[in-house]
Design a protein around this ligand. Structure first.
Ligand code: APR
Ligand code: ZN
Length: 272
């Protein structure tokens, strides 16, 4: 186990116990789980919204007015997204799904790193950077098709081959509706969860920021792993203020230790 202070070790142990004893645990993740993969978050240290004003670059209305400006930002940010690999935090969450402890990951991230790490039940509530749609006729394009178009046509924004309307990445911008199924499913899962593991989110964007309240309303417990405070810290059972890439694997390690000692305890009883 990495050198962590005794107090943190106690919290990691408590989080491990909560997850091990849960029956309907889910994870809710934000951009903070991907910063250790080289993708900047939005509101943390050096976040995207420090450089690009969200009301100009992140809003649906602004995209309608000036899609070219949005694409200019996307051109600078996207390469980091496309070349990123999952980090130990993503891998730990995939392992918790493999152990049948985490039943689903609800993610605000658009980078597909949970899936690349092996997580299967992933609900992308803010869409996904690898799909693009046409604003006019709703034609859908893959990332490779759009990259080829940009290279060949050298035109921003890339236009639809069918109706020449601008293309938009299938990510949810401010003021845009969230994907219905993912939202309803996330609310149902959160309302049924006995433990919600929240990792790398400032919990500042509705309606996702409300999901932990669904779990609390169900009498469920919150575990928050974030390197900065969130407004729900005082309602969480466990708050670990460290990097997700370090803490999440330690929680998985701790779960395995508890399982081993329980098994050896049982076999001890059988021997006696
Ligand atoms: N480990 C732990 N916490 C981290 C790490 C890390 N390695 N890196 C960053 N953080 C923390 C930041 O301090 C911040 O509190 O993760 C949090 C990330 O918060 P945001 O940047 O607000 O990201 P997120 O919560 O996902 O934002 C939600 O807002 O702009 C929209 O659509 C965008 O999906 C995004 C949504
Ligand atoms: Zn079209």
């Amino acid at each position: 186990m990495k050198i962590v202070k005794l107090a943190e070790r106690k919290k990691i142990h408590k989080a491990a116990e909560l997850l091990l004893n849960s029956t309907d645990a889910i994870a809710l993740t934000g951009a903070g789980v991907s910063t250790e993969s080289g993708i900047p978050d939005f509101r943390g240290e050096g976040g995207i919204w420090e450089k690009y004003k969200p009301e100009i670059y992140g809003s649906f209305k602004a995209f309608l007015k000036n899609p070219k400006r949005f694409w200019k930002m996307a051109e600078r940010v996207a390469p980091k997204l496309f070349s990123a690999d999952p980090n130990p935090g993503h891998i730990a969450l995939a392992e918790l799904e493999d152990m049948d402890i985490v039943k689903a990951v609800i993610t605000q991230n658009i980078d597909e790193l949970h899936q690349k790490a092996g997580s299967v039940i992933v609900y992308e509530v803010h869409g996904n950077i690898n799909r693009f749609t046409c604003f006019g006729c709703r034609a859908s394009y893959t990332k490779d098709q759009v990259m080829r178009k940009l290279k060949k046509e050298k035109h921003y924004p890339p236009q639809c081959d069918v109706c020449s309307a601008p293309l938009k990445p299938s990510v949810v911008l401010f003021g845009e509706a969230l994907p219905t199924f993912e939202i309803y499913q996330s609310q149902a899962l959160a309302g049924n969860a006995d433990v919600m593991l929240i990792a790398g989110s400032s919990l500042s964007v509705d309606p996702i920021a409300d999901l932990p309240l669904y779990t609390l309303g169900n009498g469920g417990k919150l575990i928050i792993v974030n390197d900065r405070p969130t407004h729900l810290d005082e309602r969480a059972e466990v708050v670990i203020r460290h990097k997700t890439g370090m803490v999440l694997p330690l929680i998985v390690e701790e779960i395995k230790k508890i399982q081993v000692s329980a098994e050896s305890g049982e076999s001890q009883i059988e021997k006696d």
